[in-house]
Design a protein around this ligand. Sequence first.
Ligand code: FE
Length: 183
Amino acid sequence: MTADVLASIRDMLEHRADGLYGLHDVTQREHALQSAWLAERDGHPPALISAALMHDIGHLVHDLGDNPAEDGIDDRHEELGNAWLAKHFGPEVSEPVRLHVAAKRYLCATETDYFGKLSPDSVLSLSLQGGPMSAGEVAAFEALPHYAEAVQLRRYDDEAKVKDLTTPPVGHFMRYVGVCLRG
Ligand code: FE
């Protein structure tokens, strides 16, 4: 039932996203809302706004603590998130989520100043995730249908760590999720 899926997404974001986002002073909820808000601000379609809102849902469906990279664990949250999202949404939502960690490895390989802008926990997790992409990996990544959206999502992900920023609430963004949900 689509109404049930919508309700559980909303519940996850409203009630099970109080943990801190990595080593930052924002909660998982604030991080999700800031990401979605940036995508909305830039006029992206509902699919990218929804992907931004739910890109770390894989962190919420497992329980490895707030910053597993600190313990040397790559939680592969993008795979968990994708597996869950792909059951309910098309690839325009699930693929940017699946690829948002690879997009960090991509940007480290293709933009000279990108690495220097990463937060300490992103640098730590980068090494667990395989480091910057090789030239061959870059070419393969650019051949994927939703790679550009994944790169855009990654930029929002990096920005969405502002302490005490007031955003619209979860309910505001559910309209976008609703139109993307597969019936
Ligand atoms: Fe994130």
